[in-house]
Design a protein around this ligand. Sequence first.
Ligand code: MN
Length: 434
Amino acid sequence: MTFIDETHVPTRRSWVESAQGDGTDFPIQNLPYGVFRRGGSGEPRIGVAIGDAILDVRGAAEAGLIDGLGGALTGSTLNAFLAAGDGAWRTTRRAVATLLDAGTATLRDDATGRGRLLVAQADAEMLVPTAIGDYTDFYCSIHHATNVGSMFRPDNPLMPNYKHLPVGYHGRASSIVASGQPVRRPQGQTIAADADAPTFGPSRLLDYEMEMGFFTGPGNATGERIAMREASRHIFGMCIVNDWSARDVQKWEYQPLGPFNAKNFLTTISPWIVTLHALAPYRVAGPPRAADDPPLLEYLQPADDMGVDIVVEVLIASEAMRAAGQAPVRVSRGNFRDLYWTIAQMLAHHTSTGCPMRPGDLLASGTVSGPTEDARGCLLERTWRGQQPIDLPDGTQRKFLQDGDEVIMRAWCERSGAVRIGFGSCRGVVQPAG
Ligand code: MN
């Protein structure tokens, strides 16, 4: 089931000129939410992206142009709005679309009001949009799991549980930053292949992981579950996630309890949350299960189409490339629909024990890799542990990330009969270890 309404109509236009055409990620059909600060100072405010601008949602609510939902839209994070639930999300999306519609004169014909409520994205600093109480990272790409598994366990790449449940681990919410924040190379304990004992120092095998994440809505009480048929009402929207990973640290520490310091130093997210409502035209059936795949247990059975067709892309620009004005080079392009598990299954499985979700929690998919080499979403896979380095236009090669490298992730949805919408970008530049 998808809920297409007047907010998705492809011919709809905004009076914000930059919101038209294929060049923008943020047409009026998108309307993603974020939290911004004017000029890098001032208080955090909730906003909605439109073209190259931001509608100051708090300001619009205080001016009585949209319903402030009793304060849910005037705080410094989106948590109260996410707690308000699906009905409030729909009402507000409709109200914002109406306010920005080319046919609505309220702000269109009010230069003073526009000056107050419309902020250029170039003049704003974007922040992490929710106070993230908990962060979980999954491992939902069977291509990624098979590739990585075959490097470390050639005879047994997929664990016996893989096709029965979405594997995940509890991450570190405190280490999540918004796009653009520097990425300090972590130090850690590693052991050389021929060594008897580990050493401590800067990670030599720093990697990115191209992932998509989703923010939870009202959530569930401890001891209760979120069923598959209820999942879409508990998922507010999605963003890009870069799960920076120290592969040498990971290799030494990961058994028996999984990733720890290899991933807790930093995770970068794109600042705009594209809502599940905006993604409705791009919902697809979940991944087909092969004839010899084991049957799903009942609590993971799909209730509706919860796959999402999202193109995901990774680009790298070295410091030398940026200095020479060279464009970032594309390293991979994949699709979120190629995952083995859907976001509904991640949520249903996570809460199947009665584990409580709170508004604004972040759940990420794991590396999004596809069936082809150029769809591999991390360097570990893309260079096959460094055996197939990537050539950069500055004449250097990459097996893993070097200091000064900028990693740029993008994601967008397109389909005939619908307007293309995008997620903006998720960026970070690697700094030397401290
Ligand atoms: Mn990951």
